[in-house]
Write a protein that binds this ligand. Structure first.
Ligand code: FES
Ligand code: FES
Length: 132
């Protein structure tokens, strides 16, 4: 049912934890199941220098959180903003259809953390207008 990559990122999630002096923090809940993801970003010169996450949720939520952090680390803000839940699921070689909603958590948490960063630093990030 789950791909090897999903199992790997579930059993050995990358970038778990917190960043105490994070530049942006985002927390989102999944309306469908109540699972929660919190993400911490360290941003310097428009680059995601570090990222950590904590997910209180199912295996697919943990695996997609882990993969999403790997995919945005070292990338620009704009690149991180373009990360879609589908791209994260694809990078894990797919998720069962019933578990696709779990991958939405990571995409939304990244956007929410970027919005927090934008607010705290008074910067305008194109593409964040519709995120709350
Ligand atoms: Fe908890 Fe499925 S949501 S076991
Ligand atoms: Fe809730 Fe997966 S079942 S995020």
């Amino acid at each position: 049912m789950y791909t090897e990559k999903v199992m790997d990122h579930f059993m050995n999630p990358r970038n778990v934890g917190e960043i105490e002096d994070a530049d942006g923090v985002g927390q989102v809940g999944n309306a469908k199941c109540g699972d929660i993801m919190k993400i911490y970003l360290k941003i310097e010169d428009n680059i995601i220098k570090d990222v950590k996450f904590k997910t209180f949720g199912c295996g697919s939520a943990i695996a997609t959180s882990s993969m999403a952090t790997e995919m945005i680390k070292g990338k620009t803000i704009q690149e991180a903003l373009e990360l879609t839940n589908k791209a994260v699921a694809d990078a894990l070689d797919g998720l069962p259809p019933a578990k696709m909603h779990c991958s939405v958590l990571a995409e939304q948490a990244v956007k929410s953390a970027l919005l927090d960063y934008a607010k705290k630093n008074n910067v305008y990030i194109q593409g964040l207008e519709n995120i709350k």
